[in-house]
Design a protein around this ligand. Sequence first.
Ligand code: FES
Length: 190
Amino acid sequence: MRTYRSTLGPRPHAVAQVEPDPKRAARLDKLIQRFVHRPTALHGRAPGAVDLMGLLGAVHDMYGCLTRPMVEHLAHVCELYTGQVYATASFYPDIYLDPKGRHLVKVCTGTACHVKGADRLARRCARALGVEPGGTDADGEFTFLTTACVGACSLAPVLMVGTDIHGNPDPATLPDLFARHRESDATAAG
Ligand code: FES
């Protein structure tokens, strides 16, 4: 993993610029400090070094995406160029630069899945969700994407909902499957 070196150490910053909720702002602030202040003795890194990939991954996990204001904020805090942070974030297809729905629905379009009918599965999913690939439904519940091979070729064609993998799902069960995920969200919130 590449480590970038900031020249002057972390700068004072206003985390509230990107996170108005004080509790979440404190969490974000703490998270950032974890990746900017690496003790030299423990990690063999100079003070002020930034584990940029670690930081981007952790912030992405927290928010589900890295918006432009967040990229600018992280660049500011780490004393890196915004373009440097953006280039790193945008290199990885699993780092999203715009907000997504609460559940990610992905149809694999790798070779094995393509041969086994990924296109047909994608059309059925689009119909069940009411969303075309790349889109998010109106209530922000589901984002529907296609993806490269997810490493479960023997189950082709593969559908992922969040981290769950469904091999060759029966198209008739898709509406129920998505409804269950929607309900699990509601249960967690309630
Ligand atoms: S091609 Fe779809 S899981 Fe490998």
